[in-house]
Write a protein that binds this ligand. Structure first.
Ligand SMILES: [Zn+2]
Length: 374
């Protein structure tokens, strides 16, 4: 079981960290700032990657705000190169909606595996549980850190960890606890400017993005090329299959400090198998994707049953949905899907219902421009 773990630091003061199925681990600056030493930070990371390795993310109930929260992180990611890449995964993620609240037994398992990871890497294996205990003690009775809303504390956390350390043969000699590098990084993080919250694009003209340009730029992914208005920004994900496009102002605050795509397009590939011409496979894979979208967006409804279309000459399905728009009112989501060797590719075209007419032509032009790799 090999995961290509990726760690990202998020410019968010909330004490939190989280992991996504697939091996993406996010650490808020708040967690770095509050850690007493490197071993505690390593402990949080070990705990998060244990959730991934134990596949805690794959089967649980989804959480809409969490998915949107993920989209919101984009604006706060430290470092500009990661920002673009993330937003998209975020988009894709909002679509898939997989963030979750772990159960107490999952927490215990992540503690045990996390302790083993710390032990094997030479860190003080007690540091993880100590960090969680410290957070709890410091916030007793008042605002518990965000972390505990996703990771409820298991019973007897410290005792369980101590038992595990005994099983591993007791505390190893020469434990790593802290380093000059960690202290330097912590100082650097503490001095960082706080990320600007996304501007709410509230109703009214202030937040309304410029209309899509009639000039198109080309985006080349491994499996397809697509053209998009040259005044939109592209946010490819790091795996090369998913990408989002949005105009300036197209991603807005959903009201809770989290970002959401109000105008633009998300392209993603979902796991599915079937021949390009197999309408049944296309239809059932599309249904599944729509259900996933609805899980992440509880008010999303199909407004027109799927219609047969052609996408680069091959069978496709087009489905209209409505959903709450993050800029208020309703939005239209036009989902167009087709079966490809790498899975079900789907395009989610998003605009507020009131201005959808102004985007319709652009969305059609984008979909007409799709060319699949041979
Ligand atoms: Zn956990």
């Amino acid at each position: 079981m090999q995961y290509p773990f990726e760690f990202h630091c998020v410019n968010d003061k909330a004490i939190n960290a989280f992991a996504l199925p697939g091996g993406y681990v996010f650490i808020n600056r708040g967690a770095i700032e509050v850690a007493d030493n490197e071993a505690q930070l390593a402990g949080v990371m070990a705990h998060e990657l244990s959730h991934v390795a134990l596949r805690h993310g794959t089967n649980q109930a989804t959480k809409a705000e969490a998915a949107e929260g993920f989209l919101g992180i984009a604006s706060g990611v430290l470092g500009d190169s990661a920002g673009g890449a993330l937003l998209t995964r975020l988009g894709a993620f909002a679509a898939g909606g997989v963030l979750l609240r772990y159960s107490r037994s999952a927490e215990s398992q992540a503690d045990i595996l996390g302790t083993q990871v710390l032990y094997d890497s030479g860190y003080d294996p007690r540091a993880m549980a100590q960090f969680f205990e410290k957070l709890e003690a410091e916030t007793k009775g008042k605002n518990p850190p965000e972390f505990f809303s996703d990771h409820p504390s298991p019973e007897h956390r410290v005792e369980r960890v101590d038992e595990e350390i005994e099983k591993l043969g007791g505390l190893p000699p020469n434990l790593k606890r802290d380093s000059v590098e960690f202290e330097a990084i912590k100082r650097e993080v503490l001095a960082l400017p706080v990320a600007k919250k996304l501007k709410p694009g509230a109703a009214g003209t202030a937040g309304v993005p410029a209309l899509p340009s009639g000039n198109f730029a080309t985006y080349q992914a491994k499996a397809y090329t697509v053209k998009y208005p040259d005044n939109w920004k592209k946010f490819p994900d790091t795996q090369g299959s998913g990408v989002s496009f949005a105009p300036e102002g197209g991603v807005v605050d959903d009201g809770s400090g989290h970002g959401a795509l109000a105008y633009g397009l998300i392209i993603n590939v979902a796991e599915a198998r079937g021949e390009a011409e197999d309408w049944d496979a296309l239809s059932s894979a599309t249904q599944q994707v729509i259900q996933e979208l609805q899980k992440a967006n509880p008010n999303m409804k199909v407004t027109r049953p799927s219609e047969h279309v052609r996408l680069n000459g091959q069978p496709g399905l087009a489905t209209y949905l409505s959903n709450d728009s993050p800029v208020g009112g309703q939005e239209t989501d036009w989902v167009v899907s087709a079966m490809r060797p790498e899975g079900l590719i789907y395009f989610v075209c998003v605009a507020p219902q009131s201005s959808y007419d102004k985007y319709d032509k652009t969305f059609n032009a984008i979909l007409d421009s799709v060319r699949f790799a041979k």
